[in-house]
Write a protein that binds this ligand. Structure first.
Ligand code: NAG
Ligand code: NAG
Ligand code: NAG
Ligand code: NAG
Ligand code: NAG
Ligand code: NAG
Length: 475
């Protein structure tokens, strides 16, 4: 019985330990591939390693095929490396040729677009799928010219090493190996860090090994026994990541599946339901793309500038959530109520993060949110209101009223204007249209009294009135 393991970069680091009877051996054995050999997705689709555990070649991806290294010796073919992972899958008519003329591996598609599997100088004379899972290319002197181990995608295999700033980047999903969201990188200061791949800051790093060796020559090594550790330039073990822990099937670096930043897109926050994480939109927001978490959420209205005050807002609270803070103003020693009101009264404020008396006013979008029951932190979100009673004696309110009536007219929701009262809809629409014509600031545009009567009777058609406020701004 042999234990084998690999490190898979998901949103968390995960170790799998496979039990493979007598398949793998401690010794590296070659299986040579000579120039002129070729593979196709449906006939000879891969070259096996000597033990049969690993294979290099085509594997099915979506409706097509990609080229990579996968575990062939177990029922669940697990992909551990993919060539050109962001290229679209190719059709069943494609060929992978170990071209004698070019001395390299060429992926040929029926459309005639050739891509190269390893970007190297054309001096290769043979290739090998090693029993370690490393696919290697040699020159005529047996010198190693290229190896898949030096170009990791999302998986680290035993004996494979990760050098400083060579990231493991998670895949989009189990079935789509293209570049995903999360990165595991050994940084120059000796720290092993996890962060969203496009956003590496002190705030976005969601896991770190916490050591500071200040040594940019460290190497992360996954040993054959499954131990993961850092060695320095003289090969000295300076830090055990697994630290001699006994782990059997799976090891992850945190229990909280909401830890990874970037799981949920902008204006949404991660919620741990039992084991699986999920994403919720902020109050007043809806998903940009249904079913796609990373696309985030958006409001169904646009906020207005500070100059033009028309819409009425209110505040909704999302309790126990934490966010990346990017505030433009911080109020100290405030109450929850004052914080909520401060945001409501500030036309620049779209959200406020409140904790322990401090009120941080923010603009959108809110980023990397998550539910955190112990945080005691509240997000106040500005949402558009469904109408407060207005005091018509105030000039400002009058403008708001006109705009509101026009909006209701535009949206075909005139019923909102009369509340519970029963009004014949056609008659109501006529009255409102006439009213909107009559309140125009420009007198020459207002209809005559005689015309108004004909309009109200329904004797003449009423043209669609212009927006009272937009008309003002065009004069
Ligand atoms: C692979 O080819 C190299 C160079 O020709 C040779 O030294 C080695 O023995 C071959 N290995 C196997 C398993 O055939
Ligand atoms: C493969 O090639 C054959 C013959 O050229 C063609 O009929 C078929 O549609 C092709 N299939 C795909 C998936 O491109
Ligand atoms: C590696 O670590 C050992 C033990 O701390 C130390 O003696 C050695 O000098 C280090 N090597 C380098 C190149 O820093
Ligand atoms: C790591 O663990 C090994 C035993 O598994 C031990 O020999 C070594 O000293 C440890 N390294 C450090 C830096 O603690
Ligand atoms: C989800 O949305 C993101 C960002 O809008 C996009 O890049 C990605 O392709 C989408 N994923 C799927 C599976 O549609
Ligand atoms: C905006 O979203 C809210 C909440 O989902 C909904 O009640 C409202 O009708 C929407 N408004 C518009 C104009 O779509």
């Amino acid at each position: 019985m042999h234990r084998d393991s690999f490190l898979l970069m998901h949103s968390f680091i995960i170790f799998f330990v496979l039990s493979i009877s007598s398949l793998a051996t401690a010794q590296q054995r070659h299986f040579n591939v000579s120039l002129g050999s070729s593979l196709t997705p449906t006939k000879t689709s891969s070259w096996l390693s000597k033990s049969g555990l690993y294979a290099f070649g085509f594997y099915q991806r979506g409706n097509g095929y990609s080229v990579g290294v996968f575990l062939a010796g177990i029922p669940e073919k697990t992909v551990v490396w993919t060539a050109n992972r962001d290229d679209p899958p190719v059709s069943a008519n494609s060929t992978l040729l170990f071209s004698a003329a070019e001395g390299r591996l060429v992926l040929q598609t029926p459309q005639g677009q050739d891509t190269y599997i390893a970007d190297i100088s054309p001096t290769v004379s043979y290739a090998s799928m090693l029993d370690t899972g490393n696919f290697v290319l040699y020159d005529s002197d047996g010198g190693l010219t290229w190896q898949s181990f030096a170009h990791p995608t999302d998986t680290l295999l035993p004996t494979q090493r990760l050098v400083v700033e060579m990231p493991l980047i998670s895949s989009v999903s189990k079935t789509d190996q293209s570049t995903g969201t999360f990165s595991l990188t050994l940084s120059g200061d000796g720290n092993l860090v996890q962060y969203p791949k496009d956003d590496r800051t002190v705030q976005t790093i969601y896991w770190t090994s916490g050591i500071n060796e200040l040594d940019d020559k460290l190497i992360l090594t996954l040993a054959e026994d499954g131990n993961l550790y850092l060695v320095n330039a003289t090969g000295f073990n300076v830090w055990n990541v697994t630290d001699g822990q006994v782990w059997s099937v799976l090891w992850i670096n945190s229990d909280d599946r909401c830890d990874p930043k970037g799981l949920c897109g902008l204006n949404s926050f991660c919620v741990s339901n039992d084991l699986e994480p999920g994403c919720n939109c902020l109050p007043g927001f809806a998903p940009v793309i249904q079913g796609n978490w990373t696309s985030g959420c958006e409001r169904n209205f646009t906020s207005e500038s500070c100059k033009k005050k028309g819409k009425k807002y209110s505040i909704r609270a999302e309790d126990n959530t934490i966010w990346v803070e990017d505030s433009y103003s911080v109020l100290l020693q405030t109450s929850k109520e004052d914080c909520s009101k401060a945001c409501l009264d500030d036309c620049n404020c779209e959200a406020a993060l409140y904790k322990d008396g401090s009120c941080k006013k923010q603009r959108l979008p809110l980023k990397y949110g998550r539910r955190s029951s112990q945080s005691g932190s509240i997000a106040f979100i500005k949402i558009i209101c469904y109408r407060k009673k207005l005091d018509q004696s105030l000039p400002e309110d009058q403008v708001i009223l006109e705009e509101w009536v026009y909006e209701c007219f535009e949206d075909g929701e005139l019923g909102q204007l009369v509340g519970d009262e029963e009004v014949e809809p056609k008659q109501l629409e006529r009255i409102i249209k006439v009213a909107l014509w009559c309140i125009l600031d420009e007198p020459s545009l207002r209809p005559s009294m005689k015309k108004v009567l004909l309009m109200l009777e329904g004797t003449v058609d009423i043209p669609t009135p212009p927006n009272p406020t937009s008309f003002i701004s065009t004069i």
